[in-house]
Ligand binder design. Structure first.
Ligand code: ADP
Ligand code: MG
Length: 386
């Protein structure tokens, strides 16, 4: 035993007890079916994910894509039809929710309306066998973490929505969970409050360096602000997983390209490829493109093959019609968004393709105006068509 430990430590340079620790969260081929017989529908299919202690992973996807189902399968609110969920190496698939030791925060807060804030937060501590004498200090500690220590004697209805959500978070934290699950915790708040709660959640995350967090949201801004890694969900499946930066810079699928950050996906034909640079043709024009190294098992960028060129709206410049290399375009719509204006344009020579272009400030282009466009160099990144 001692020998194995010594050699393993030498190999990794890490304490083996840390290096070999099982992930805080494991989804192992989890599938969930709702309903029976002809009404049976898979809400989650072959879902695999590992989350390390201290890591925050966002499940990001449109409504109905299976995010809450995945979270509920881990929390124990939904029984997986296939596969298993493990916490710190222990299979908890058959364990009741209360015995999993997970902190859960839901969009609806789910506070007990007749119980005062402190009692709401204390709920769960007794079932987690926290000694009676310790409960008051644990409640204070949890309320402190969310800045609500002065509200212990209030009833939930005497609090604003944001304050109620803080209490719900405090209640989840009171059991000092190793795993914290949050399902659209900010979705019921107005935009300004959402922004300040997001900043507080970032701070909370910093103060819980050993806690694994799974954060369900349909809002990419929340995922970008909080997550170490993002899981993009679509249609009951995990589409892509990676750091926000990687998914944004090199989207593995057109779905992720469009869902994360918004993208123009222009059909193109791949020409010459050298390393990670390619030339592509779009509407008889040759453009430079970034050609990311394909992941193992994925298609290569073969010359002559069809692909999508992902061009981010803010990288396209509006130039004079007479400028060299200017593409001729026509403004179809113009929407001011405060810091920028979103133009929707049709480009001469690109039939059936509307492009989104974001120009800084309040740009005033009447619908029908002809403008020049210039793509950046490289114009964008290649994304596989399927
Ligand atoms: P998301 O959280 O991404 O919006 P959900 O996981 O809640 O998605 O839902 C995934 C799919 O499963 C949806 O089609 C939804 O209608 C369905 N669904 C969710 N919960 C139930 C349920 N309790 N019974 C039947 N169908 C459900
Ligand atoms: Mg949901």
């Amino acid at each position: 035993m001692a020998n194995i430990r010594a050699s393993s430590t030498a190999r990794t340079g890490l304490d083996t007890t840390v290096a070999d620790a099982p992930p805080a969260i494991v989804f192992d081929r989890v599938g969930v079916v709702y309903g029976r017989g002809r009404k049976a529908a898979w809400a989650l299919v072959d879902f695999n994910l590992r989350v390390a202690a201290g890591e925050t992973v966002a499940l990001l996807g449109p409504s109905g894509s299976g995010k809450s189902t995945a979270l509920n399968a881990l929390a124990g609110f939904v029984r997986p039809s296939t596969g298993a969920v493990r916490l710190a190496g222990r299979d908890v698939t058959d364990l009741s929710p209360a015995r999993r030791g997970i902190g859960v925060v839901l969009q609806s807060y789910a506070l007990f309306p007749h119980m005062r804030v402190a009692d709401n937060v204390a709920f769960g501590l007794t079932s987690h066998r926290v000694p009676r004498g310790e409960i008051a200090s644990r409640v204070t500690e949890a309320l402190d973490m969310v800045g609500m220590s002065h509200f212990g004697t209030r009833l939930p209805r005497e609090l604003s929505g944001g304050q109620q959500q803080r209490v719900a978070i405090a209640r989840a934290l009171a059991i000092r969970p190793r795993v914290l699950l949050l399902d659209e915790p900010l979705a019921a708040l107005d935009a300004q409050l959402r922004q300040s709660m997001l900043t507080e959640l970032q701070r909370l995350k910093e103060s819980l360096p050993d806690t694994a967090m799974l954060y369900v949201t349909h809002d990419q801004g929340e995922a970008l602000a909080l997550a170490d890694r993002i899981v993009v969900m679509n249609d009951a499946r995990l589409m892509d997983v990676g750091t926000a930066k990687d998914l944004w810079a090199r989207p593995p699928t057109s779905f992720t390209a469009a869902f994360l950050g918004g993208a123009n996906l222009v059909p193109c034909t791949v020409g010459r490829v050298i390393g990670t640079s390619a030339l592509v043709s779009v509407a008889h024009q040759t453009l430079g493109a970034e050609a990311p190294q394909p992941a193992v098992g994925k298609v290569d960028w073969a010359p002559g093959s069809a692909a999508l060129l992902c061009i981010r709206p803010h990288t396209i410049k509006v130039v004079g019609l007479g400028d060299r290399d200017a593409l001729r375009a026509r403004v179809n719509a113009s929407v001011w968004r405060g810091a920028s204006t979103r133009l929707v344009v049709s480009v001469h020579g690109l039939p059936d393709q509307l492009l989104d272009v974001d120009v800084p400030g309040a740009a005033t282009y009447a619908v029908g105006t002809e403008i020049g466009l210039r793509f950046p160099e490289p114009a964008g990144v290649l994304v596989a068509t399927t």
